[in-house]
Design a protein. Sequence first.
Length: 324
Amino acid sequence: MKKTLALLIFFTVGWGAKPLNAPVSAQILTTDKQQVNSSPRTTPIIQSHLELLNAGAKPRQQLRFQPSVNAKETTTMTLNMDFAMSVAGKSMPPFKTPASVITMETNVTQVDANGNIHAKVTYTNADVIPDNSMSPKAIEAIRSRLKALVGTSSFFVIDNRGKPITINFSLPPGLDANSKKIFNQLSDSMNQVSAPLPAEAIGIGAQWRNSTSVNFNGVNLPMTTTYQLVNFKDGVATLNVSINGDAKSQKLILPEMPTKTNINLKSLNLQGQGQVQLSLNKLEPIISNLSTQVNIQMEVSNPSRSKPVTIGTKTSITLVINSK
């Protein structure tokens, strides 16, 4: 479930600003051909605090992940994103991306005596489902970006409550520098985003809150995720999930922006909700449905313009995960 939240951040903060590269915005943001910014690798800011709000009804028990060594899972993630954008107070036509489908395989390689779990995740396929809302050229551009995932593996260690200890990516040969940078940032984000189970014994109705600060693509984003245990039977827990994030005003670093273009993030608000079904003998959710709304306000200045331009984006993200 940690990877679910990290990928949500990846698409929210990493791709959520991609409409800025649309032609109408490019005319505002860019001037002459210039050297492009090369964003440095983000240094992890790992701050996480879990608070049990309500232990729930009796009987109660400690929930711990206990997968078997060599246990394998195949997970499919389907992502839908819709964008709306305004430039200098003027609304632009809405922008919709075709559904993206990512498949990955998870293999538990080791379980330590203290309960720490070692696993390898390999991205085996990534593609888009074409529709008539975008041109074939635009669809192919998205497909090409997604295909960079294929062949990538991550090696991670988590404790038996789901808290990350280490994670590293093994990237396929020949990957371009920008994709490598994205994976470095994604790796950092996955180290920063945790979805641990409470240490205490809990029962139906239990609620807990995990507060984390993540840094991705130059954005420092404090996030709070609240969980409620609504059902637990035969080792399978069903959780209601709500996610909230608010970023303060800060300088925004975006790849592919001209060096003389300054982008200041005025605000970023993220609100999401959904439900996750977890089996304690597996690492990936059996099924997960998350819907998220992201509102971003930014101010763009360029030497060619007399005053900064305000750009606002509203992004709706739906992420569905199925594992078997």
